[in-house]
Design a protein around this ligand. Structure first.
Ligand SMILES: Cc1cc2nc3c(=O)[nH]c(=O)nc-3n(C[C@H](O)[C@H](O)[C@H](O)COP(=O)(O)O)c2cc1C
Length: 353
């Protein structure tokens, strides 16, 4: 049914401002997840359970490799809904220690011809205390839950480490993995922290505070060698894995792009894959790799997996194709396994390397 429903709903959602559409879709999903037969209906529509899709990595069991990328559920208000849509994991946040409003609106744009989004949200979120209170009611959720950690805009860069340590102290025990996010283009100076010294310092300070795996999320906007060097520094400092990539500020990729914020979706696909490949060439087998950026089909997810991704994540593809994308990707991955004669997704990981 979802194949019929989303094409009907999408024109109405796309009549709204992107943030209003996000709020409407989120409210509908929350209501559906709470309705008497809602969970059962959502599960039968959207979930695809098959042991061949299961992935064991980061010391966690993932029912399938397709996760929700950070930024959709910034405030942990839909934690119970994500497993009902068939996701194998969900990354919440970015959460910052104190609540903050983010950048002035409008700050999200659609580029429908390129199936691309452009956002300059600036870590709008309810802050650590509110997110902790919600997770105390909703965690564990049946699938691994990650939390993407951000720095408050007004925290001086010299004190940035303490924002990440505060978040880990406040949220430890309420999620399955943490992500140090210093790759968003929308917090002034944040990408300036993407340097080896800061990475060593922040992982050195964070790792003793939790048993949960802590990963680094990187930007696609530097020379591949530089990005790989940052990833290597993170792994040397004890990072459990790398998430590649965040949005790009290469506006030349998208005709009609604004000159602020970050681009996600189709125009990011090849850039994100190239960066992922460079990282995998150096680090596959040495750490856990998660690929995100312009993934909107089973073929693209398969490409990332055989090139070394244990897991993939989606955001923009779900906006353009609907939440049935998760099931479609998983169904397509099973077809690829059968076509290639490979028993499980876990075995397919890195098969092209
Ligand atoms: C509106 C919006 C908000 C986002 N917020 C975050 C965030 O808070 N933290 C983060 O690490 N990535 C954030 N992202 C980036 C996504 O997690 C993802 O890395 C990027 O969009 C590429 O994936 P996609 O092409 O599937 O969207 C955001 C993306 C969008 C579109």
């Amino acid at each position: 049914m979802h194949r019929l429903l989303y094409p009907l709903l999408k024109p109405a959602l796309f009549q709204l401002e992107p943030e209003q559409a996000h709020a409407a879709a989120s409210a509908a999903l929350r209501a559906a997840a709470l309705a008497p037969f809602g969970p059962a209906i959502l599960r039968s529509e959207f979930c695809l359970a098959d042991p061949r899709l299961a992935v064991d990595c980061l010391g966690l069991q993932f029912p399938n490799p397709v996760g929700l990328a950070a930024g959709y559920d910034k405030n942990a208000t839909l934690v119970r809904a994500w497993p009902l849509l068939g996701f194998g994991h969900a990354e919440l946040g970015a959460v910052t220690p104190r609540p903050q409003p983010g950048n002035p609106k409008p700050r999200v744009y659609r580029h429908p011809a390129q199936e691309t989004l452009q956002n300059a949200m600036g870590f709008n979120n309810d802050g650590l205390d509110a997110v902790r209170a919600r997770l105390q009611r909703t965690y564990p959720a049946g699938i691994p839950i990650g939390i993407n950690l951000g720095k408050n805009k007004d925290t001086p860069e010299a004190d940035a480490v303490s924002d990440y340590t505060k978040l880990i102290q406040g949220l430890d025990g309420l999620c399955d993995y943490f992500v140090i996010n210093i790759s968003s283009p929308n917090t002034p100076g944040l990408r300036g922290l993407l340097n080896e010294a800061f990475i060593a310092e922040v992982f050195g300070a964070c790792l003793p505070l939790t048993q949960a795996p802590v990963l680094l999320k990187v930007s696609p906007d530097a020379e591949p060698d530089t990005i790989v060097g940052l990833c290597r520094a993170a792994v040397d400092a004890g990072a459990a894995g790398i998430i590649a990539t965040n949005t790009t500020v290469d506006y030349a990729l998208c005709p009609g792009a604004k000159d602020f914020g970050g681009l996600s979706g189709r125009v990011l696909t090849e850039r994100s894959f190239a960066v992922f490949q460079a990282i995998a060439a150096e680090l596959y087998g040495k750490t856990t790799l998660i690929s995100v950026g312009g993934i909107d089909s089973a073929d693209e997810a398969w490409r990332r997996i055989v090139h070394g991704a244990s897991l993939v994540q989606v955001y923009t593809g779900m906006i353009y194709k609907g939440p049935g994308l998760v099931r479609d990707i998983n169904a397509g991955l099973l077809e690829r396994l059968e076509a290639e004669g490979i028993a499980t997704i876990q075995e397919a990981t890195g098969a092209a390397l």
